[in-house]
Design a protein around this ligand. Structure first.
Ligand SMILES: Nc1ncnc2c1ncn2[C@@H]1O[C@H](COP(=O)(O)OP(=O)(O)OP(=O)(O)O)[C@@H](O)[C@H]1O
Ligand SMILES: [Mg+2]
Length: 253
């Protein structure tokens, strides 16, 4: 039975979609069978980042509306074996909001077919984020190392915990040693304290993440940069391996 992980943030643009793509591909490389769900109805983007926008025909809204099966809607990645992507319905496609029961039922329907299900949530704490996040077994809050983003991380972490979520961790993204040294950015210990969450991992600032997202390329195949290594380290930790925080990763000055 698959593990379900929701990927959330307080503020927007912290790196959730990049995290989902990077960690999902890294999990596949370790032999896992992964479903990536785009929960962002307002601004779905996983299909673009993974170079699949011409392939996704049906959304999870279509599955819930009985238009197609989960297997038809969860599209295979063209290159990465064992990776499927289930896109979000557009806001305009369905005026109706799906209930928490429907979303939880969707997740449970998918669970037996995958070893990991990662949910790319929209920023903030909208009602569908709650439904997806509370239907998951664990959550990771992605934050950049600045005070406003960390405050957002702390808020959403607290709200998820109040809603009954367990195993909530933080991933600190776009970290640069130089900025920490100069005091322009919060260091990792302070970030954990500010967010009040245990650390899942640190992802360095890496131009290749931006380039890959724009080109719809898979980071592992495209880049030998450190973000790729950081996502792989996180994938190993999710599987229960103890991996030192910055193993194989150098933070840019
Ligand atoms: N480690 C990184 N290094 C450099 N750029 C990054 C890194 N992570 C993400 N980015 C860039 O930051 C931008 C926002 O990333 P992304 O779309 O993954 O964030 P998001 O949290 O999903 O945003 P939204 O809240 O809008 O869904 C993108 O241009 C992406 O390429
Ligand atoms: Mg996103």
């Amino acid at each position: 039975m698959g593990h379900i992980l929701s990927v959330v943030s307080g503020k927007g643009g912290t790196g959730k979609t990049s995290f989902c793509a990077g960690v999902a591909v890294a999990l596949c490389a370790l032999g896992e069978k992964v479903l990536l769900i785009d929960a962002d109805r307002g601004l779905r983007s996983l299909d673009i980042v993974l170079g699949m926008s011409d392939r996704v025909l049906f959304s999870w809204g279509d599955v819930l509306d009985g238009v197609c099966s989960l297997k038809e809607a969860a599209v295979k990645h063209p290159v990465v074996k064992n990776l499927r992507v289930l896109t979000a319905p557009g806001m305009e496609e369905s005026g109706s909001r799906y209930s928490g029961d429907q979303i939880r039922a969707l997740l449970e329907r998918a669970r037996p077919h995958f070893t990991w299900i990662l949910i790319d949530c929209p920023a903030g704490f909208g009602s569908e984020v709650v439904d997806f996040a509370l239907g998951a077994d664990q959550a990771v809050v992605v934050s950049t190392p600045d005070h406003t983003s960390l405050r957002g991380a702390q808020r959403i972490g607290t709200q998820l915990a109040n809603g009954g979520a367990e195993q909530i961790k933080i991933a600190v993204n776009r970290v640069r040693a130089g900025m920490i040294d100069r005091g322009d950015s919060v260091n990792i210990d302070a970030a954990m304290d500010a967010a009040g969450l245990p650390l899942l991992g640190v992802i360095p600032e890496d131009q290749d993440v931006i380039a890959c997202g724009n080109l719809g390329q898979v980071l592992v195949l495209f880049s030998d940069g450190y973000a790729r290594v950081a996502y792989a380290n996180i994938a190993r930790r999710l599987r229960g391996t103890r991996v030192p925080l910055l193993e194989g990763v150098k933070l840019k000055k």
